[in-house]
Design a protein around this ligand. Structure first.
Ligand SMILES: [Fe+2]
Length: 385
């Protein structure tokens, strides 16, 4: 008999070209106090923001905007947005952006019904007692999968850590996946966020936590990434490929219920200690994590190779499992990803503090197929120099 399991997913998902138009039907004419959360690119909104704001304005004359979201938002950033939302009696949140925007939106939604600072919930000082207000998540990157998860990653500057808050109340109630929003994503961000999605799905698929929902969503996500990521990089206007990547990212986010492995165990501490973005940190270590794990999950690596389009029929298990790594290396090459610390001017003297940070923040991530210890993590970092 399986252990008791609680799987939270968004209540509704709408996807397709121009699907943001469905916001109008969703919000009707209820004239709700809506908080639009996003960030500005070089002080400007992308054109799709103006289109979405127009749609919102047709449903309500009480639209409030918070557009100061920081990358990997800090406690102060979340609390500032929550203060603004509380003051304006916000009833529904529409978060449009990458993982940082959606995570901040999710955190604000629970702070509207639970007192205090997000820090208290992050540090386990307070318990979330009330369900948050409704949040609609509309990703404009295809990678984090934040729209599908019950997780918000918040930077705690005082403790010098990035730490996740996990709770079913953090799952958005509606997700809209519209490839028009990722069309303008620069190639570098397209590739790095795509590798983050690939990492979620590979780590969830190879996780020792055997959850069928996770395995199914992860494998389909890997297949979609294999079919679409390089196409998006080479032709940003390929909307079919953009759609494929948005679904892949969402499915990758869903698969995270099976937890993540060594790449994500290291990614948050690497970012905190070096300033690399989350997807940069993941992309530096992913292939080496696959290399240290392969012996422990060859069958799963064979499945990954097959999902990535390799004909494994005539291969023995060892070759098929190696083919998964080779294929990911080929994808990196096609995406022109620089995958070592030296490309980011991060020297090996940071490794000690990264490992120390792992032990303070992400050591609870215990489902990597190969049991981890400091020495193995150090090896991964050394291999990624
Ligand atoms: Fe990630």
């Amino acid at each position: 008999m399986a252990d008791l399991f609680d799987y939270s997913t968004p209540r509704r998902t709408i996807y397709g070209l121009n699907s943001v138009g469905k916001l109008k039907d969703e919000l009707g004419n209820l004239n709700k106090n809506i908080l639009y959360i996003t960030y500005k690119n070089n002080g400007q909104y992308m054109p799709f923001h103006l289109k979405i704001l127009d749609i919102l304005k047709s449903t309500s004359n009480k639209i409030f905007v918070f557009d100061e979201v920081e990358p990997e938002p800090s406690i102060q950033n979340v609390d500032k947005a929550a203060k603004y939302a509380r003051k304006n009696n916000i009833e529904i949140i529409v978060a449009v952006g990458g993982g940082s925007v959606i995570d901040l939106g999710k955190a604000v939604s629970i702070l509207l019904t639970n007192p205090g600072s997000i820090r208290e919930y992050q540090m386990g000082e307070k318990e979330l007692k009330n369900k948050g207000i409704d949040i609609i998540a509309i990703p404009s990157t295809a990678g984090t999968g934040a729209e599908a998860t019950k997780v918000a990653v918040i930077t705690n500057k005082e403790e010098k850590i990035k730490k996740s808050i996990l709770h079913p109340y953090l799952v958005p109630y509606l997700v809209i996946l519209d490839p028009n929003l990722t069309r303008t994503l620069p190639p570098k961000l397209t590739s790095l966020t795509g590798i983050d999605a690939l990492s979620h799905s590979i780590e969830a698929y190879t996780s020792s936590l055997e959850i069928p929902f996770a395995k199914a969503t992860a494998l389909k996500s890997i297949e979609l990434i294999g079919n679409n990521l390089v196409k998006c990089y080479r032709n940003p206007d390929n909307l079919d490929a953009r759609m494929g990547m948005l679904i892949a990212s969402y499915l990758g986010g869903m698969s995270l219920i099976a937890s993540v492995g060594a790449a994500h165990r290291l990614a948050q501490p690497i970012s905190s200690e070096t300033g690399l973005s989350h997807s940069e940190a993941v992309s530096v270590v992913l292939i080496n994590v696959m290399k240290i794990n392969r012996e422990y999950c060859k069958e799963k690596f064979r499945d990954i190779a097959s999902a990535l389009g390799i004909d494994i029929c005539k291969m023995d298990l060892d070759s098929a499992s190696k083919a998964a790594i080779n294929k990911v290396e080929e994808i990196y090459k096609n995406l022109e990803i620089k995958s070592s610390f030296s490309n980011y001017n991060v020297s090996a003297d940071k490794f000690f503090s990264i490992i120390k940070n792992v032990n303070r923040t992400t050591s609870h991530l215990i489902y990597n197929p190969r049991p981890l210890n400091d020495e193995i993590l150090q090896n991964i970092l050394e291999m990624s120099k």
